[in-house]
Design a protein around this ligand. Structure first.
Ligand SMILES: [Zn+2]
Length: 320
């Protein structure tokens, strides 16, 4: 039986998996993503993790039949590189991926597929959880917000496979909060795991006198806000504002792509399914002029993108 390799290059971890034609992970390895000093250091970490996953699976790297690579950041798929990595050192100006991995696995670079990480998540979610669904949005709310879109049965890639940056849609024309990308008013600037604490501090400055939240602590996180849900009026206020913006963001995505299914994923969702997801389900229908999709929570945990990368490695006839 042929073996395939999937890679998930995230800002925190590099992960690789080996699997068969069912895109089920049989062995895997991971390492923290090196914070530089160069893109080449990240490339070498990816190759090392691929070697480790192959060793774990007792598979000769040269015998691997195909590879799929999922990555954070802005991609140049023709060059097989990450051109603008997110959240890594400023000195990293690009990361070569396709050619070095193809060389390691003795593959034609043509048979190594590079896609955005949420795009791989959409591919994996459809393959494993919704094989009969042709219109699906896989939406991640974690340190950032992004989506992978399956439209009419195919992955919506966009130019250079960069479609789906829905976290950078403007949901606040007043631009109260500034996004990590530098632009004001983006969804991600209010509702991502990294930015909920910043948004909470801003709301607090607007005139709240009392809260049990450790709002002035440097270690204040989104998890603190959710931990105080139902016990602290200000925490409930923050969650209500975040929810209202999430409903706007999801409604915009549904209006753009008219999916049958929206699969929510990412730590903010999976750590707080009742607080985050139930209100979206409840408040979404009256906002829509298109059919209301099923809103589900991914059951693949943090393996969804890695599994999607494995699916990308499969030959077209197996994947479809
Ligand atoms: Zn932005």
């Amino acid at each position: 039986m042929p073996h395939y390799v999937g890679v998930d290059l995230g800002a925190s971890n590099v992960r690789a998996a080996v699997g068969d034609e069912t895109a089920t992970i049989s062995a895997s390895a991971r390492e923290p993503t090196p914070d530089g000093p160069t893109g080449e250091a990240v490339t070498e970490a990816v190759r090392e993790v691929v070697r480790a996953a192959c060793a774990e699976a007792a598979v000769d790297p040269a015998a691997v039949a195909g590879a799929g690579l999922a990555s954070m950041g802005r991609l140049d798929v023709d060059a097989g590189t990450v051109t603008v990595p997110s959240n890594l050192g400023d000195d990293i100006d690009g990361i070569r991926l396709v050619e070095p991995v193809a060389t390691l696995l003795d593959l034609d670079p043509e048979s190594v597929t590079l896609r955005g990480d949420t795009q791989a998540g959409a591919i994996g979610d459809r393959f494993h959880a919704h094989p009969a669904v042709d219109d699906l949005v896989y939406l991640t709310i974690s340190s950032g917000i992004g989506a992978g879109v399956i439209a009419d049965g195919d992955l919506l890639r966009g130019r250079n496979s960069n479609a789906g940056e829905v976290g950078h849609q403007t949901i606040d024309a007043d631009g109260t909060m500034t996004c990590g990308c530098g632009q004001p008013g983006h969804w991600e600037a209010y509702c991502s795991g990294n930015n909920i604490p910043r948004f909470a501090r801003r709301l607090f400055e607007e005139g709240t006198s009392d809260t049990a939240l450790p709002i002035d602590d440097e270690s204040f996180t989104a998890a603190d806000v959710f931990a105080y849900a139902g016990r602290d009026a200000f925490a409930d206020h923050v969650i209500d504002r975040v929810t209202a913006l999430n409903v706007l963001g999801v409604a915009n995505v549904v209006h753009a792509y008219a999916p049958d299914v929206v699969t929510l994923s990412g730590a903010v969702v999976t750590n707080n399914p009742d607080t985050i997801v139930d209100p979206i389900r409840d408040r979404l229908p009256p906002k829509l002029v298109v059919d209301t999709p099923e809103v589900t929570v991914s059951d693949r945990g943090d393996a969804a993108v890695l599994e999607g990368a494995l699916v990308l490695a499969l030959p077209d006839d197996v994947r479809a």
